[in-house]
Design a protein around this ligand. Structure first.
Ligand SMILES: Nc1ncnc2c1ncn2[C@@H]1O[C@H](COP(=O)(O)OP(=O)(O)OP(=O)(O)O)[C@@H](O)[C@H]1O
Ligand SMILES: [Mg+2]
Length: 663
């Protein structure tokens, strides 16, 4: 009897009252996403009232059945202890190893990689439920070892505890093949030296090897997954969803090992063809095929080695970011893993260049002595444990931070925005009504005055020198809408968001001075009183040292009043009261004890925002040029400290296309 529990509904509504203890020994409940202990307990008490003996409970996220013995506990305990039959042991183990078709594919491909394969072919039928076949050109398996390959806890990859503490292969448990064979029909064909052999495994019975025609390497065919475990089969999703999971794994494995060729078909149609990559360009081409061209064309190469570890791979520019953490790949000694320390190290490195709520994209490989990383930290091998997580964190975050520093005009030779976006924006503008001349907006008026200023500059200053001498952001020609600077460089038109750009410049200066503790203070002629809440006043008092470090002197002058005596000279034109209030709310929000560095950065960012040029301030051409030159020498100047891009270009070729020139 199967009962589908509808999440959120009280247990009574879903509980099948029709079943009776006389006819049933148990019911199976599918809890889906709703698996609170209290929901489960309700079912147990209802079943107990009905005199049922057992409940089998499963959830979507963990589709393993858990048996709840709820009646006649004495009978259960009275059972003698006995060894479970081998086939059942394998099926229980399969619960962890073979969650779905994608796990079969992952395990088989990992075996192929461990065997030294140069090319792997994967054939899938019906989302892997009907057929998974993996063929490789690796070492093959000797005839007298084929039986062992299908036996539990038999492996060629480790022999001792010492080996287990320094696992260099993807497999080491000797569980995958027997687990798969216990829940599907498995055929293994392999050739090591001059003879090829085939065995089949069905319901725990392994056939004798028979000769077969097969080149050096191994083919494993897995038919009708979960044919003998209907409860597991029930948890499989649609063919498409299962195949998506398979693709996800193949993407990871293909990124982990760009030196190996991969071919995959689904329902006999080719879906993936990757040739082996031997140099960095070919590796990036593989990334482009798997992660998309947009990422590959906006990714920075990272390569950092210390005595203990080597980090290499590609990270996306901050302006190439995603709404989800779905393009983040970590490989440790070739194994795809998820790890909190590594994830945090990346987050930390991107902390002030990424737009709030957005995620960076990356494909990163860590290589280290297997002795300093424990591969045996997760039943499905999805996690590892570092012996010295702190130093791994340090190397990763520093290497990424270092690469991100050069995201400035003329730094990495990459464009922060794609021209297609710009093109569509321009097309929108071209459809604006033409009748604005009557009521000219102040922004337009300001732009016009900018244009007048431009015409007053002698022609010699405007003429563009030889392209080799033109700086990356070129020379300013005008200000637009009180927000943008228009400049001309060797490519064409450059558009700069002046507030965003200046904010980054001020922020980087503040960070540098802060790091050197060299922030110059400016005493206020008349100290400025600010009234705050009692909690804020207390927080300001506690944080006096922090304020002092950022160049502010703030005294408490009463239970709810503060006095600003000094401010950083850099911000003398800013609004000191607003700055203090923002700083207080930053302090209130952050856990200072743990996050002093981030809090300081946040405070400096707030200060930078107050200290930078506001919109609608008109700048002279020399002022604009000075800003452009500063951007070119400021680290991370491609994005403001909130992660918005600060500049983009529209090349002459783009403009020619827009105006249908030469077509
Ligand atoms: N494609 C293959 N080529 C060569 N040998 C293989 C292949 N697949 C499996 N084997 C051999 O069969 C053994 C058992 O494989 P299995 O995947 O069950 O265990 P494992 O890889 O050692 O460990 P794990 O359970 O962690 O994957 C391997 O140790 C290996 O010697
Ligand atoms: Mg294996």
């Amino acid at each position: 009897m199967f009962a589908k529990h509808q999440p959120g509904k009280p247990a009574q509504k879903n509980y099948p009252r029709v079943c009776s203890a006389a006819t049933l020994s148990g019911i199976l409940l599918d809890f889906g996403a709703d698996r609170t202990q209290s929901a489960i307990n309700q079912f147990i008490s209802l079943a107990r009232q009905d005199g049922l003996l057992r409940l089998y409970i499963a959830t979507h996220s963990t589709p393993h059945l858990k048996e709840w013995r709820i009646g006649q506990p004495t009978t259960a305990h009275a059972m003698p202890i006995q060894q479970l039959p081998g086939h059942l042991v394998n099926q229980i183990a399969a619960g962890e190893v073979v969650e779905r078709p994608a796990s079969v594919v992952k395990e088989l491909v990992e075996n192929s990689l461990d065997s030294g394969a140069r090319a792997i072919t994967i054939d899938i039928v019906a989302g892997g439920q009907k057929l998974v076949r993996v063929r490789d050109d690796g070492s093959g398996i000797a005839k007298d070892e084929i039986h062992l390959a299908l036996s539990r806890h038999a492996t060629s990859k480790i022999t001792s505890l010492d080996d287990l503490q320094a696992v260099a292969s993807l497999g080491f448990r000797g569980e995958a093949l027997p687990s798969i064979a216990s829940v599907a029909h498995l055929t293994l064909s392999s050739r090591r030296a001059d003879s090829a052999w085939q065995v089949t495994a069905d319901n725990g019975v392994i056939s004798d090897p028979v000769p077969v025609a097969h080149p050096v390497g191994t083919t494993i065919e897995v038919l009708d997954l979960f044919y003998n475990t209907p409860a597991r089969k029930k948890f499989l999703r649609t063919e498409r969803t299962e195949f998506n999971h398979i693709e996800k794994w193949i993407r990871r494995l293909a990124l982990a090992r760009p030196d190996v060729a991969f071919t995959m078909t689904h329902n006999r149609r080719p879906v993936l063809q990757l040739t082996a990559a031997t140099d960095d360009d070919a590796r990036l081409a593989r990334i482009s095929k798997i992660c998309g061209e947009a990422f590959a064309s906006q990714a920075l190469f990272i390569n950092r080695e210390t005595d203990a570890i080597a980090l290499s791979g590609w990270i996306g520019l901050p302006t190439y970011n995603r709404s989800q953490a779905d393009m983040q790949y970590w490989f440790v000694n070739g194994r795809s893993i998820t790890d909190k320390t590594l994830a945090h190290a990346v987050r930390h490195a991107y902390r002030d260049v990424l737009f709030h709520g957005r995620y960076p994209a990356y494909v990163l490989h860590l290589t280290m002595d297997p002795k300093i990383v424990d591969a045996n930290a997760h039943p499905a091998k999805h996690e590892v444990r570092f012996r010295d997580a702190r130093s791994v964190h340090g190397v990763v975050s520093q290497a990424i931070e270092f690469a991100l520093r050069d995201t400035r005009p003329g730094g990495h030779q990459l464009r922060p925005l794609q021209t297609t976006v710009i093109g569509s924006r321009l097309i929108q503008q071209s459809s604006m009504p033409l009748s604005t001349s009557g009521g000219m907006t102040s922004a337009v008026a300001e732009a016009m005055s900018g244009y007048q200023a431009l015409t007053e500059i002698p022609m010699t200053e405007r003429a563009l020198p030889e392209s080799a001498d033109v700086p990356p952001l070129g020379f300013a020609v005008a200000q637009l809408g009180g927000i943008y600077i228009l400049a001309e460089n060797a490519d064409g038109l450059v558009v700069i968001d002046m507030h965003a750009a200046h904010e980054r410049i001020v922020y980087e200066k503040l960070k540098a001075s802060f790091a050197d503790s060299k922030i110059v203070r400016q005493p206020l002629l008349v100290p400025m009183p600010v009234s705050v809440s009692e909690a804020e006043a207390a927080r300001a008092e506690e944080s006096a040292a922090l304020f002092a470090r950022v160049g502010m002197t703030v005294d408490r002058s009463g239970p709810t009043s503060l006095l600003i005596r000094e401010i950083p000279a850099l911000l003398k034109q800013g609004d000191a009261e607003a700055l203090l209030r923002d700083m207080l709310s930053d302090l209130q929000e952050a856990d200072v004890s743990n996050q002093i560095e981030d809090t300081c950065d946040e405070i400096l960012a707030t200060m930078a925002c107050h200290g930078s040029i506001r919109a609608n301030r008109s700048l002279t051409i020399p002022e604009m040029n000075a800003l452009l030159r500063e951007m070119e020498t400021t680290e991370r100047a491609d994005q403001c400290n909130h992660g918005r891009p600060t500049w983009t270009t529209i090349s002459l070729a783009d403009l020619d296309r827009l105006f249908l020139r030469g077509q």
